[in-house]
Structure formats: C-alpha cells, structure tokens
Design a protein around this ligand. Structure first.
Ligand code: B16
Ligand code: MG
Length: 214
C-alpha cells in the first residue's frame, strides 16, 4: 500500500453524474420565477448545498422571498430531482469507476463518501452501491457545506483515520478548498484538476490506482 490508507470520494461528478438532473430541476424553479438559469450558473452549484445553491440562483431575482417561500422552492426542486434520479440504475455506474473502486478495496484501502448531498444514500442505492462504502458522510450529518472541511473531517473520523492518511477525490473547486482546509491531500478531476490547488490533477478516475499504489 502507498501513502494513503483511506480514500474519501465526492459523489456528484466523481462517482456519478447527476449534473443534468440538478440542471433540469433548478431550471424549472428559475423558469417559474422568470429568471435566467444556464449551464454557467449550474457549474457554480457543484459541491454547494441545496439552500446555498438556491441563493446563487436568486442573485438574479429582483423580488423578496420569505424563508418559508425559499424552502418551498428548494423542496419543489428536490422533488423533481428525485423523480429524475429514480430513472438511474447500476448501468449508470461506469465500469472504470467500479473496477477502480474494487482495485483500491482489494489493496486494503478503506473507502468513504464525502458529499454535500442529502440524497447520497438514495443515489448509491440507485447505482447498486448500497453498503459498498466503509463510511458515508453527507448532507445529512453536516452543518457547514464545502468549502468548509466538515464533511471530509467527519468521513475520516467515521473511518477512524487522520486526515493525513486519507486522499480526497473531488470534481469541484469548493471540494478541493475543503480538502486543503481539513489537512487532506486531494485528487482533482475536471474543474478541480484545472484549478491548480489539488495535490494530484487527474485525467481519468483510473489514475487513482497509481496514486494509491493499488
Ligand atoms: P442535494 P457532491 C453536491 O454533491 C452537488 O454537487 C451539488 O450540486 C448539490 O447542490 C449538493 O450536493 C446538495 O445536493 O440537493 O441532493 O442535497 O458534489 O458534494 O457529491
Ligand atoms: Mg461533486
């Protein structure tokens, strides 16, 4: 085994790709309010909590909404998002991701999820990964969203490991900032690889095998 004994994976954008569903669901909310919503704004929502995402969308809204009205909009978004997630199946898990996870596990590494999503367990179920990970830290056990390191610190704690023994895998800049703030090394994909702050910039998920010596 290499430098790490644990790997903490972000979910959306790393293990699976639900961006398009977030987009469709937030678009319906934005259309209802008569405000612009596009892919660029959607990209800013990566790794950000549901209520913080709504605040970003409302930057273009002129009116005032009460907390109850905001919560109703977030619920409406989540209901539609979950309907879209229901159509996912194990076929949505890429063979590259599954084979890499299996290889890391076979090499003796402990694997955890560190996601801002409150739908983590539902998504893992849809992908056929219920019970696969050694620990899950997600939107249901945190009070502060990425870039705060809380979600990863709790994942490491659930694994019984120190941050310096764990590698965080992320697709969002907010996630890489969270990993740095928590004292973790990080491996970035996509935007997180391009931001220049990740310990390792990856082109493919399978590169984790080399990084972790698996
Ligand atoms: P939910 P991650 C994040 O998941 C998503 O990237 C982000 O777009 C979303 O707003 C957030 O989860 C909350 O999701 O509404 O399902 O609780 O990338 O941290 O796995
Ligand atoms: Mg993500």
């Amino acid at each position: 085994m290499g430098k790490y004994t644990g790997v903490i994976f972000d979910l959306d954008g790393v293990i699976c790709f639900t961006d398009k569903y977030h987009y469709q669901a937030w678009k319906r909310v934005a259309d209802k309010l008569g405000i612009e919503f596009n892919e660029t704004i959607n990209n800013r929502l990566r790794g950000v909590s549901r209520m913080d995402s709504l605040e970003i969308i409302l930057e273009r809204y002129d009116g005032t909404l009460s907390q109850a009205e905001k919560e109703a909009l977030a619920t409406e978004k989540n209901d539609l998002y979950r309907q879209l997630l229901s159509g996912m199946s194990p076929a949505d898990l890429s063979p590259e991701v599954k084979e890499t996870l299996d290889a890391l596990r076979a090499a003796g590494l402990k694997l955890a999820i560190g996601s801002s999503s409150k739908n983590t367990k539902f998504i893992l179920e849809r992908l056929g990964l219920s019970g696969y990970f050694d620990a899950i830290s997600d939107g249901t056990n945190i009070t502060r969203s990425k870039p705060d390191p809380q979600v990863f610190l709790m994942a490491a704690d659930f694994l019984g490991m120190k941050p310096e023994s764990c590698l965080v895998v992320e697709d969002a800049q907010a996630g890489i900032q969270a990993a740095c703030a928590g004292g973790f090394d990080s491996a970035g994909l996509g935007e997180a690889a391009a931001c220049g702050k990740a310990t390792y910039a990856m082109d493919t998920f399978a590169q984790l095998r080399t990084i972790c010596g698996a």
